[in-house]
Design a protein around this ligand. Structure first.
Ligand code: FMN
Length: 186
């Protein structure tokens, strides 16, 4: 698969770290773009973001990248975490950076765009922007963990969100907890 993974300045850099760790970056072509605020928040929340070898990292302002054109074929783009600021920019059609342009291209080409916002509570402006993006074809997958798998650690909890993202990309994790499947197997 050819994937764009982007991160913006919402809290939740650990979701990005766990996603990068669970994609086989040798088997798939993975491009990473982080906004300046994502870099700042990651520095606050993680000791250091570990980018697996094989991942192509790009500046958010570099438009000389393949995924800003509809002519280059890609399978999915994920923005995780996705700030409400970026949600608003995409909903308004802004495509000033490589990150925003890529999101704009994925929507216009009807390619899979998965947005993982983390904000609470929402204003009416947030809610309206989300509706606009749903209407335009985006998948909005809020960073809301689940508890029915009885996560034992922070990483286990984070993975309940990351597994949903991997499902949406089309790379389901063999480790993912799936409701009622465990009891079916035993
Ligand atoms: C420590 C920190 C945590 C933040 N957490 C969030 C958040 O959870 N959700 C959000 O939408 N914005 C959050 N923000 C605000 C965004 O970083 C800010 O709106 C920024 O302009 C986003 O820019 P970007 O989308 O280009 O990365 C946070 C900022 C800081 C400094």
């Amino acid at each position: 698969m050819k994937l764009v993974i982007a991160a913006t300045g919402a809290s939740g850099s650990i979701y990005l770290q766990r996603l990068l760790e669970q994609i086989d970056c040798a088997a798939h072509q993975v491009h990473l773009v982080m906004s300046a605020h994502a870099e700042q928040v990651a520095a606050q929340e993680l000791d250091k973001l570990k980018v697996p070898s094989g991942v192509a990292r790009h500046s958010e302002n570099d438009l000389q990248v393949p995924f800003v054109s509809g002519s280059a074929r890609f399978d999915a783009m994920v923005i995780l975490p996705c700030s409400m600021a970026t949600i608003g920019r995409i909903a308004s059609g802004s495509s000033d950076t490589a990150l925003l342009r890529a999101a704009d291209v994925f929507l216009k080409e009807r390619r899979k765009l998965i947005l993982v916002p983390r904000e609470t509570p929402w204003s009416l402006i947030h809610a309206r922007n989300i509706v606009t993006l749903l209407e335009a074809g985006a998948i909005v997958l809020p960073a809301i963990p689940s508890f029915y798998s009885r996560p034992k650690s922070l990483v286990d909890l984070v993975d309940t969100v990351v597994w949903r993202v991997l499902d949406q990309i089309g790379l389901p994790s063999a480790r993912a907890y799936r409701w009622a499947q465990q009891s079916e197997q035993s």
